[in-house]
Design a protein around this ligand. Structure first.
Ligand code: NQM
Length: 359
């Protein structure tokens, strides 16, 4: 559709909570195919730029200003392609440099809702290609009478109540090493950091080196301009080392302050994404942290509580995130990993969204 037609007739859109985030889910075929035209339309739909997104459906926070674009996949053994777009809240930006593991939780149910593939009895498995990163994910969730069943007993911290469990496995596909520099730690802007990417490029920092203890609420960390400046300098230095180029205008890498666990978990985290501080932690951020704790010499390895089994309990501001990772090492010393996470998702609203007529 052209922008004019979309403004007049609206666009089919489903609002879903995916994990601890919320986003607008679209079929690729319902959006303009030209990325510049599509992005302009998405800004008008979400109500950006505006700190309140008052004239759109965005939720005025990066965790609720997200878009998923889904289509049937042409790739062998893959059911659907998932493109994630981060819509700026107070800036007119649409970023595709990262994926989102929380919105990923809604992709399988959305694909079944839209008829991209049939439900298969009581459980349905969807193979998903993450277009932003090249990774492959498998999502398994309950279905009843050919539709996703959102009602269940699973609890995830950061979301009230219960819902049905969505099991996510992410990894493989993209031939990327876990440690982009090949080292468990590097020096950046006078700090010892770990640069790691288990589905999400993150920079692990010692909270105490930054003058905080790592248990502060997100709002207190966000209010500290001096801290933000120091973290941003490290981020700008880390980007090129991670093969991401100049990251000044990108939402990756994410910056994660680590401190010893306080609630019986493996490690405590505060994640800058990268300006706001996450109220919980991203799925793939947790997977990257969990993988790092299993590699000697990383920031975090020496702070971690005892690691038993393959589950790593990552503490965050609203509870814990149990991430299961499988970390392996090739004969040439290259570390690799996959992750398994339990999430929930829910269809909130299905209908037609009307973009602002003018920017
Ligand atoms: O790391 C937020 C979120 C995320 C990312 C962000 C995520 C992940 O929705 O897998 O889900 O990266 O800005 O929690």
């Amino acid at each position: 559709p052209s922008v004019a037609a979309a403004v007049r007739n609206g666009i089919r859109c489903m609002l879903m909570r995916g994990g601890t985030s919320k986003g607008a889910y679209f079929l690729a075929a319902d959006l303009p195919s030209d990325p510049a035209v599509r992005d302009d339309l998405l800004l008008r739909i979400m109500g950006s730029p505006d700190p309140r997104q008052i004239d759109g459906i965005g939720g005025a926070h990066p965790l609720t200003s997200k878009v998923a674009v889904v289509s049937r996949s042409a790739a062998p053994d893959i059911d659907v392609d998932y493109l994630f777009l981060q819509i700026g809240v107070d800036a007119a930006t649409v970023g595709d440099a990262q994926t989102c593991g929380n919105l990923l939780a809604g992709i399988g149910p959305f694909a079944v809702e839209r008829g991209l593939l049939p439900a298969t009895g009581e459980r349905t498995t969807v193979r998903i290609r993450l277009l932003n990163t090249g990774d492959i994910a498998t999502a398994e969730f309950p279905t009843v009478d050919g539709r996703p069943d959102y009602d269940g007993d699973a609890v995830i911290d950061g979301v009230p109540g219960t819902a049905s469990a969505i099991e996510l496995e992410v990894g493989g596909g993209a031939d990327k090493p876990l440690l982009p520099t090949g080292h468990p730690s590097d020096e950046v802007d006078g700090h010892t950091v770990t640069l790691i990417d288990n589905g999400m490029p993150v920079v692990l920092l010692r909270a105490e080196e930054f003058g905080v203890d790592g248990s502060e609420p997100p709002a207190a960390l966000e209010a500290d301009d001096e801290l933000a400046g120091r973290i941003e300098r490290v981020r700008l230095g880390a980007g090129p080392l991670m093969g991401l180029g100049d990251v000044a205008a990108q939402t990756v890498p994410k910056m994660i302050l680590l401190s010893p666990p306080r609630d019986g978990g493996a490690i405590s985290t505060r994640a800058f994404i990268p300006a706001r501080v996450h109220t919980a932690i991203g799925v793939l951020m947790a997977a990257s942290v969990a993988a790092a704790l299993r590699i000697p010499g990383t920031v975090g390895h020496d702070m971690a509580g005892p690691l038993t089994g393959d589950e790593t309990v990552v503490e965050h501001p609203s509870g814990t995130f149990p991430s299961r990772v499988n970390v392996t090492r090739d004969a040439d010393g290259t570390w690799r990993a996959t992750s398994f996470s339990l999430r929930t998702a829910r269809k909130l609203f299905d209908g037609t969204v009307f973009p602002r007529p003018r920017r």
